[in-house]
Design a protein around this ligand. Structure first.
Ligand SMILES: Cc1ncc(COP(=O)(O)O)c(C=O)c1O
Length: 370
């Protein structure tokens, strides 16, 4: 039986009776741009994230871009981030005209190292962008403490609904940052039927600016305070996401359960390091990412048996050809470079059956001769 890395049709089958009528109703209204459905989703995501404001936009990429703009990151400024992330985190920094400054990760969580952030700060630093990788929140409070006064944009594209115990209280992904950003790309735990994104904040001034920036920089039609973008969340996506949101906690719990099942099955395997979740974190396991000996051979072995897997991410961003102008050499972020050679993400979606999980386990164990 093949086991894909992700099977969105399995999820759709469980909710089609909730989603399709909502889509039909919206089609009947013919009101597609922003409006009540987007406002409703913004309220729901703000509530989930324990923030005062949420602002929808066209994608997780744009959410970072708009956040950077709202914090005046532009030419002459530096923005500190991790090179072990999806390209958008740094591509947006470049695209606002700022300079990405890459610092290394903590090898167990794959998330940015707060002490490295502190060491990278200069008089040009304008913001820091920790990324909550694979569903586990970065040490956002430690990052903020490491660079007092510097705004924190938490790239929570992979982490909506995750939480972290900070000073004795559970804080949601996006909550402890100056601005938190989400992606509703279909493969995310809360995925749209296309692209979508959102920014959350507790700062009213920032929320208002983000709203202007997503609509060409104007607070009133045809009057522009600054030059912004066309980056609106589609109302069609908003109704899909509002229909899915009540299921998010249960889906993420299903992923955690699957992760636990794998962890136990791989515990005695020398070739595999299972994901580490800090005791003060609750991951939503957007990915289940192992470190594997002979990783590329393992991936081929799984492929031959119809088992999907993926390498997130094969080349850290400081070594990407497009960032050669920044002058990073191999060896500057050794843990990111090592992770890129060792990581492999396995199927973890909540609709996986026990039979499918066992198939993945048998194949991985078989590869290592166990
Ligand atoms: C860490 C990270 N940042 C940013 C993004 C960009 O989100 P989107 O694909 O919605 O633009 C993604 C999603 O792919 C991501 O995983």
């Amino acid at each position: 039986m093949p086991v894909p890395l992700l099977d969105l049709r399995a999820q759709h089958a469980t909710i089609r009776d909730e989603v399709l009528p909502a889509l039909e109703k919206l089609a009947d209204s013919q009101l597609f741009i922003l409006g009540a459905p987007v406002e409703q989703l913004e309220r729901e995501v703000a509530e989930l994230s324990h923030t005062k404001y949420a602002v929808g936009c066209a994608s997780g990429t744009d959410a970072i871009l708009l956040a950077l703009k709202a914090l005046d990151c532009g030419p002459g400024s530096e923005v500190i981030t991790t090179p072990f992330t999806f390209f958008a985190t740094a591509g947006t920094i470049h695209n606002v005209g700022a300079k990405p400054v890459f610092v290394d990760i903590e090898p167990r969580t794959f998330n940015i190292r707060p002490d490295a952030v502190a060491a990278a700060r200069t008089s040009k630093s304008k913001a820091v962008v920790p990324v909550d990788l694979f569903g586990q929140m970065a040490a956002v409070e430690e990052v903020a403490n490491a660079v007092p006064g510097l705004p924190v944009i938490e790239d929570a594209a992979q982490t909506i609904g995750a939480r972290r115990m900070i000073d004795g209280e559970w804080r949601m992904a996006g909550e402890a940052a100056t601005i938190g950003t989400f992606s509703f790309f279909p493969s995310k735990n809360l995925g749209a039927y296309g692209d979508g994104g959102m920014m959350v904040t507790n700062d009213q001034g920032l929320a208002e600016r983000l709203k202007r920036l997503r609509m060409h920089g104007g607070s009133k039609m045809y009057f522009h305070d600054e030059v912004g973008f066309n980056s609106r969340l589609d109302a069609l996506q908003a109704v899909v996401l509002s229909a899915k949101l009540p299921h998010l906690a249960q889906w993420s719990a299903g992923r955690r359960k699957n992760a636990e099942y794998y962890n136990q099955a791989f515990a005695d395997l020398d070739g595999v390091v299972t994901p580490y979740v800090e005791p003060n974190n609750e991951s939503i396991f957007n990915q289940y990412t192992i470190r594997a000996q002979r990783r590329d051979d393992l991936q081929n072995y799984l492929k031959e048996r119809g088992i999907g897997s993926s390498i997130y991410y094969p080349l850290p961003l400081h070594l990407q050809p497009c960032f050669a102008y920044l002058g990073y050499k191999e060896g500057t972020c050794p843990e990111s470079e090592r992770a890129a050679k060792e990581v492999l993400s396995l199927p973890i979606y909540p609709e996986l059956t026990h039979g499918q999980l066992d198939e993945v386990i048998t194949a991985v164990r078989g590869f290592y001769g166990r």
